[in-house]
Design a protein around this ligand. Structure first.
Ligand code: C5P
Length: 212
């Protein structure tokens, strides 16, 4: 297939989506968008004004006023940003406001996008969909390691509890809940390193899009 392939990658936090998506994009020569950054940046904008990320009016205004430069902020990670992102993400008007940004991003050249609802809502016709998972224990270990590497102090048990709560919120919300698309290729990375996950994913994607 030529043209503008969309590769949709969904799954829970710290399952390895970002690493995989970035590498697939580089391999396929496609732009890459980490859509979690949109929700993180909208949540941060709310926090900047001292507002409540669960307030639909404030959160929608933040999502509508988002600028591409907001995605480069250096305070989009960490427990506060995680919680604010998950709160704004459960508001339907926020999701609606961020839909066009995601579709426009892929309009010209196609793209690899990772998130929670890329294959189910944003690009239901994506040529290749992956649902990337790993056990909660392994995902918490990876996130804890990332936080430590970034110089943030964290208890692994707290990271696991926060992650369990955020996953539950993402899966239980009525607006675009986290779930695999029926036609997604499921990849469990619990026992795979980044290289093995990439090899499995690229074989699937190439089978779907053909040579590029
Ligand atoms: O992927 P990441 O952990 O950065 O996403 C942060 C939060 O943003 C998630 O917990 C989820 O609530 C929300 N999100 C979403 N839909 C996406 C991407 C992220 O609801 N496509």
């Amino acid at each position: 297939m030529t043209g503008k392939p969309i590769v949709a990658i969904d799954g829970p936090a710290a399952a390895g989506k970002g690493t995989l998506a970035r590498r697939l994009a580089a391999e396929l020569g496609l732009p890459y968008l980490d859509t979690g950054l949109l929700y993180r940046a909208a949540g941060r904008r709310v926090l900047d004004t001292g507002g409540d990320p669960a307030d639909p009016t404030v959160a929608e205004a933040a999502a509508r006023s988002l600028l591409p430069s907001d995605l480069n902020r250096n305070d989009l990670r960490g427990p506060l940003a995680d919680a604010a992102a998950a709160s704004v993400a459960s508001i339907p008007a926020v999701r609606a406001a961020l839909l066009a940004f995601q579709r426009d991003f892929a309009e010209r050249d196609g793209a690899v996008l990772d998130g929670r609802d890329i294959g189910t809502v944003i690009f239901p016709d994506a040529v290749a969909k992956l649902f990337v998972t790993a056990s909660l224990t392994e995902r918490a270990r990876r996130r804890w390691q990332e936080l430590r590497t970034a110089g943030m102090d964290a208890e692994i048990a707290t990271v696991e509890t926060d992650m369990r709560q955020r996953d539950a919120k993402d899966a239980a919300r009525t607006a675009a809940p986290l779930r695999p698309a029926a036609d997604a290729y499921r990849l469990d990375t619990s026992d795979l390193d980044a290289e093995a996950a990439f090899r499995s994913a690229i074989a699937f994607v190439r089978g779907r899009i053909g040579p590029r």
